[in-house]
Design a protein around this ligand. Structure first.
Ligand code: NAP
Length: 362
């Protein structure tokens, strides 16, 4: 006798293990029946999911085993490539029509290798679509005043349409002072409190939406995922990902719950979600048992884990246990190759929108 795990639609939170007998003709007989069941198997040789319907009066149900479904991979890499091509066409149009080349200024302070890599990638991405990039590299000991002076210059420079200060900043600098100094019209990262405030208000439009959460929603749109009226759970509430992602989902008429480090029963809450956006930074935290069958999962987490087989000695994984999610979810983003490439694509998109807005160009 084998067993399967199933969710009970009459008790949203209930997940049960149920014994069953499998006959040679491919039929199964369940030992107990509670109504329509969404069943997914934790036994590798069995189908991963099937829906069963039988009259409530029945003591047993039987169902044929269907072919194994597995989640659709939400391919952020290819969507981002397509978006870059669209942006490149817009940049050409802007240049030909009014002679304007969008410009993005990036300020990097200190010598963090990861930050330097991000900045290099942003510069490369700008070049690939025809956006002009301006780069300032300051030493770790630079003063806050120096950074503020560069921001002020870029604020007043008409060839710069977006300003980005690479985070984190050295500890002697006040991040809030610096982010607040970027004019809201060039705040392509969308972190200015005014932009976040506008994002949170009904009937108001922010000038820019933070790039990573914007990329998450763009993936849902491009994969035709309905958001309106759906139950969404965002895991993580950071200013740069979780909180704006929750605001965006709410603007799209999802019913949103935020799970954070103090949440009781995160597994039970997450299992009710049609859409999960996870931005935590904990490798493989979201297990199969956290996922409602058929849910759509956007995994923002990027977590290095030791891997002796990798030349670098580590590999990157998400917050979501990908193998388990693939067996239960309808669609899931991989890590890497999911949300990551979308973040830069959205930065380019925000920069071009800014240039268009500056010249009232539609
Ligand atoms: P963060 O500022 O550290 O925020 C993490 C959030 O997760 C916090 O709200 C925290 O809750 C919550 N959290 C921590 N442990 C938890 C737990 N056990 N259960 C539930 N919630 C928990 O991180 P972040 O900047 O948002 O980044 C999150 C992840 O996304 C990281 O892996 C990061 O590398 C990745 N990321 C990826 C991209 C991309 O482009 N793909 C961009 C940005 C970030 P509290 O608020 O209660 O502390």
């Amino acid at each position: 006798m084998a067993s399967i795990i199933f969710t009970d639609p009459f008790s949203a939170a209930a997940v049960h293990r149920l014994s069953f007998t499998r006959f040679s003709n491919g039929l199964v007989s369940l030992r107990r029946f509670v109504g329509p069941l969404h069943v997914f198997s934790h036994t590798p040789t069995l189908p991963r999911a099937l829906s069963l319907h039988a009259p409530r009066s029945s003591r047993f149900i039987t169902a044929s085993m269907a072919a194994e479904p597995s989640a659709k991979v939400i391919d952020g890499k290819s969507v981002a490539k397509q978006i870059r091509e669209e942006i490149s066409a817009e940049v050409t149009k802007l240049k030909e029509a009014i002679g304007v080349v969008p410009g993005l200024a990036v300020i990097l302070v200190g010598d963090r290798k990861d930050s330097a890599t991000y900045v290099r990638n942003k510069k490369k991405a700008c070049e690939s679509v025809g956006i002009k990039s301006f780069e300032v590299n300051l030493p770790n000991e630079a003063s806050e005043q120096e950074v503020l002076k560069y921001i002020s210059d870029f604020n007043g420079d008409p060839s710069v349409h977006g300003i980005l200060v690479q985070l984190p900043l050295p500890s002697h600098m006040n991040e809030q002072n610096i982010l607040n100094a970027v004019t809201i019209e060039k705040d392509v990262d969308g972190f200015h409190p005014l932009n976040i405030g506008l994002l949170a208000m009904r009937g108001r439009e922010p000038m820019f939406v933070p790039c990573t959460p914007k990329g998450c929603i763009e993936l849902l749109h491009r994969y035709g995922v309905d958001i309106k009226g759906k139950r969404a759970v965002v895991i993580g509430r950071s200013n740069i990902v979780g909180m704006p992602a929750a605001l965006l989902l709410q603007r799209e008429d999802a019913t949103v719950t935020i799970v954070h480090s103090r949440t009781k029963n995160p597994e039970e809450i997450t299992r009710q979600a049609d859409i999960i956006i996870s931005a935590v930074g904990q490798p493989n935290m979201v297990r199969g048992s956290w996922i409602k069958p058929g849910a759509v999962i956007i995994d923002v987490g990027i977590n290095p884990v030791e891997d002796a087989n990798s030349p670098r000695g580590y590999r990157l994984v998400g917050d979501v246990c990908y193998d388990e999610a693939c067996k239960i979810a309808a669609a899931v983003t991989p890590v890497p190759g999911g949300v990551g490439p979308m973040t830069i694509a959205m930065l380019l998109s925000n920069t071009v929108s800014s240039a268009k807005r500056a010249y009232n160009f539609n």
